[in-house]
Design a protein around this ligand. Structure first.
Ligand code: M6R
Length: 365
């Protein structure tokens, strides 16, 4: 039932505060701990020599974000692979490696093949992050965390993606706890940040009309670049994927530091650049990347947390988010990108919930 929404995608975007709160329900009771992943998890987490993440599409982008959290909080080596590439590579896995298989549906053919292939490469354990309780993935995994996004009908992943991010954040913190790589105070801070998330997400959703206004402009372009650094680099990839998928606008996501290594050649007045910024130690690097864009007449649409005023000057449009989200910034900054693509697609009159050529679940190779 669509209620007052025009599309399932729109409804699912607005369900995110609830989807996130539901996903966090047991975390609120227990904290970020291994028991959330299964009774065996603590011993496996403590002993793992490495983490390998496999997934496709948006789920792969969630994995790319998770790498930053896991590396920073545990010091473990983390690799993130596109499932359809991993399954045809020949490498071995160290015994005890944690394979994190991320999938909304739990039925993506390449993902299942990658998981099975990982088991042949070493004595590994598979942790599934999945939204469908009785799926092939959940049946075949050793450890499980179910996201509680509820049924997602729109082909574009929205609430499934942000709840995957939340699950991965909890995993990274639980892994750090089992391995004793963080101080108790740091763990408390990481966990407490989660409690504020549903409200913050709600506040960002209230900015919908501003993104709708941006979309009126964006709909006129044939290309777009999305830029971010650190955990916001995968969010730039995700923003570009959403725009391609539902608005049929060619878009590329880039790590902002890569601009000068090629894509800057594309920038002119016809290349809008959607940039994400937070007030961290990389802010000034992002600012200088944006200056490069502006010097070539590129129009910058800036999504920024408070404290990024140095990035405002020269930007074509600026949207300041209500509050800083610390390590959860990639979750919060995903929402405006979803809304931007959604409204751009509506403006272009595409079939938002069922974009051409795509299926919700890719069960064939
Ligand atoms: O069900 P899965 O999470 O395994 O699906 C993976 C991708 O097919 C999926 O995320 C796809 O990229 C979305 N349509 C993107 O919005």
């Amino acid at each position: 039932d669509l209620g007052h929404y025009r599309h399932y995608m729109q409804k699912e975007i607005f369900e995110q505060p609830t989807a996130i709160a539901n996903t966090l329900q047991r975390v609120v009771e227990l904290g970020c701990q291994s028991a959330l992943f299964g009774p065996e998890a603590d011993a496996l987490f403590a002993a793992a020599p490495a983490v390998r993440i496999v997934a496709c599409g948006s789920s792969y982008h969630a994995g790319l974000v998770a790498r930053y959290w896991i590396e920073e909080w545990t010091g473990l080596p983390v690799s993130v692979d596109i499932a359809s590439e991993y399954r045809y590579r020949k490498g071995r896995e160290q015994d005890g490696t944690l394979i994190i298989a991320i999938s909304q549906s739990g039925e993506t053919a390449d993902l299942l093949a990658a998981m099975r292939s990982a088991r042949e490469r070493g004595d590994v354990k598979v942790l599934a992050i999945c939204n469908v309780p009785h799926s092939t993935l959940t049946r075949e995994s050793d450890l499980l965390f179910l996201t509680q996004a509820g049924l997602e009908i729109g082909v574009a992943s929205t609430k499934a993606f942000t709840t995957q991010l939340v699950a991965l954040y909890v995993f990274a913190a639980a892994l750090a706890r089992s391995r004793k790589t963080l101080e108790a105070a740091q763990l408390t801070e990481i966990t407490d940040a989660l409690h504020r998330l549903p409200v913050l997400v709600e506040e960002v959703l209230a900015m919908d009309s501003k993104l709708e206004a941006w979309a009126q402009e964006l709909a006129h372009y044939h290309n777009a670049l999305f830029l971010g650094r650190h955990t916001l680099f995968p969010i730039a990839l995700e923003g570009a994927l959403k725009l391609k998928e539902i608005a049929y606008i060619h878009a590329e996501g880039y790590a902002a530091g890569e601009l000068k290594h090629g894509p800057l050649a594309l920038v002119d007045e016809d290349m809008p650049v959607i940039a994400c910024a937070v007030n961290d130690e990389l802010l000034e690097k992002v600012v200088s990347n944006l200056r490069e864009v502006q010097a070539r007449s590129g129009k910058v649409f800036l999504l920024a947390e408070p404290g990024c005023e140095s990035a405002h000057e020269g930007s074509h449009r600026v949207l300041t988010l209500p509050a800083a989200a610390g390590p959860l910034a990639p979750v919060v900054l995903t929402l405006p990108l979803q809304m931007l693509s959604y409204h751009t697609a509506c403006r272009k009159g595409t079939d938002v919930d069922k974009p051409r050529n795509l299926a919700k679940s890719v069960t064939v190779e």
